[in-house]
Design a protein around this ligand. Structure first.
Ligand code: ATP
Ligand code: MG
Length: 473
């Protein structure tokens, strides 16, 4: 088991923050892992993380500490995820992309171009007997829909779970990256399609969660085995206090959806770290597209890291505190990174079959079929694959799960009803039992009376029964 690595990055004060309240900052450094932050009431809170990147930190520092170990693991087929989290305008996109994805200034390059360089360097230095292929998919979650940033016509990508590959984006475009220049060009074209808007905090605010998915296939030529590593980078849309920023219209709707999915992410993290095994089985991954997509990263076999981006300005202290509390909680998540080896594909190739993992093969069959069949037939074929257990459709898993929950709830409520009925039956029997006991006692007392008295009382009782309705003779 390994913990999620959590780092904090404070960006420099923005021009607006300086204009509004001068050069004051609300953080006080203790060392590279600890600091104190003061809230609006000047109350200090101490936080500890794996590393704190203060305002003067370099892009290269963040990459080397937080990202490089995960890149190396991904080349060795251990899945990895890096998530940038924080308030709008806190520096997530700057950390991920740099000031521009095609930035040539070495110092300003963000995580993504460094990941590209890192992947190709790792591959270059690996053994000749291994053949690598790197592929890239880019999607954004905008207003709870997953859009393919390489093909805008695919605006409702389904998230599926394959037994072999884990969470995957069904039908999302995958671009083969043959060299770093091609990779940067592809990233740049995808980024250009991302939803951007202007908020009070950020002139170019990301209005969607952006997911960069690198797949690194490693084929050992001697053993004919394929190992696959997935490296997922997530540049989240920023949380926003709408009452503070005064967002209206479309911006307000976007902000509400963003805040909702971020709170779903918070709920998943709370559930994962709440500690009781009973609760741990109810992780609400299906409450949002974002949490579904991050299911492997948070609760699965992925090595994960979180970069909490914050403003150092006292005017944003409460937002920074909430980001830091989120990060502190996420530090307790444990994941179990492991290497996944795919089936031997050598024999398939000899038979002229389609290359790729088993799920990829079925995806390709579906793709080929869609050229000949109409959409409904292809959908039917896909459903048959899912029914045969070749794919797992998360939506249908959800249906099954909720049906199962319904049945459990119904069973519990009918059992409770039956217990209630049994309880009242027992009470009734107890009352009858009491009456019978009383009658028996009375009969015994009557029998014990001297002979003449008993006959006399019997006659009186017979007489009274004529006058008192319901009385037994
Ligand atoms: N470490 C930094 N050094 C210099 N400038 C930075 C740094 N971090 C952020 N900035 C600048 O701050 C502004 C906002 O940053 P950025 O766009 O990365 O925010 P964000 O967290 O992605 O916000 P949103 O959630 O709205 O997308 C940008 O102009 C960016 O260049
Ligand atoms: Mg952004």
């Amino acid at each position: 088991m390994s913990n999620v690595t959590v780092c904090v990055r404070f960006r420099p004060l923005s021009a607006k923050e300086k204009r509004d309240i001068g050069d004051n900052i609300c953080i006080q450094s203790i060392d590279s892992e600890n600091f104190i932050i003061k809230d609006e009431k000047e109350e200090g809170f101490t936080f500890s993380f794996d590393k704190i990147f203060y305002e003067e930190s370099k892009q290269a520092d963040v990459y080397e500490f937080l990202v490089l170990p995960i890149v190396r693991d991904a080349v060795n087929s251990i899945n990895g995820t890096i998530i940038a989290y924080g308030q709008t305008g806190a520096g997530k996109t700057y950390s991920m992309e740099g000031s521009n994805i095609l930035e040539s200034d070495e110092k300003k390059k963000g995580i993504l171009p460094r990941v590209v360089d890192g992947l190709f360097t790792c591959i270059k230095t690996s053994a000749d007997s291994t053949k690598y292929t790197i592929k890239l998919s880019m999607v954004e979650i905008y207003m709870e829909k997953v859009r393919d940033l390489f093909d805008l016509s695919k605006d409702n990508i389904q998230i599926k779970e394959s037994k072999i590959q884990g969470i995957l984006l069904s039908g999302a475009t995958e671009i083969s990256l043959s060299n770093p220049a091609k990779a940067l060009q592809s990233l740049s074209s995808g980024i250009a399609n991302r939803a951007i808007g202007e908020t009070q905090m950020n002139m170019a605010s990301s209005r969607s969660h952006c997911v960069y998915m690198f797949t690194i296939d490693q084929q050992s030529l001697s053993e004919k085995r394929v190992k696959s590593g997935k490296l997922v980078l997530v540049d989240l849309a920023g949380s926003e206090k709408v009452e503070k920023t005064g967002a209206e219209g479309r911006l307000l709707e976007e902000a509400k959806t963003i805040n909702k999915s971020l709170s779903a992410l918070g709920n998943v993290i709370n559930a994962l770290t709440c500690g009781t095994p009973a609760k741990a089985s109810h992780i609400p991954y299906r409450d949002s597209k974002l949490t579904r997509l991050l299911q492997d990263a948070l609760g699965g076999n992925s090595r994960s890291a979180l970069l909490c981006c914050c403003s150092p300005s006292p005017s944003n202290a409460s937002e920074s505190l909430s980001t830091l509390r989120f990060g502190a909680r996420a530090r307790h998540i444990k994941t179990s990174p492991l290497v996944k080896v795919n089936e031997d594909k050598g024999s398939d190739k000899k038979n002229g079959a389609l290359s790729g993992t088993r799920d990829e093969t079925f995806e390709k069959i579906l793709e080929k079929m869609s050229e000949r069949l109409n959409a409904e037939d292809v959908k039917l074929l896909e459903e048959l694959f899912i029914q045969a257990g070749l794919f797992v459709d998360l939506d249908s898993t959800d249906d099954l799960e909720s049906n199962f929950q319904d049945v459990v709830e119904q069973t519990i409520s009918s059992l409770m009803k039956a217990v209630e009925e049994l309880r009242s039956a027992v009470q009734m029997l107890q009352r009858e039992n009491m009456t019978l006991k009383e009658r028996l006692g009375a009969a015994e007392r009557l029998d014990a009376l001297p002979g003449g008295t008993a006959d006399f009382l019997q006659k009186i009782s017979g007489l009274l029964s004529y006058f008192i309705p319901g009385m037994q003779r």
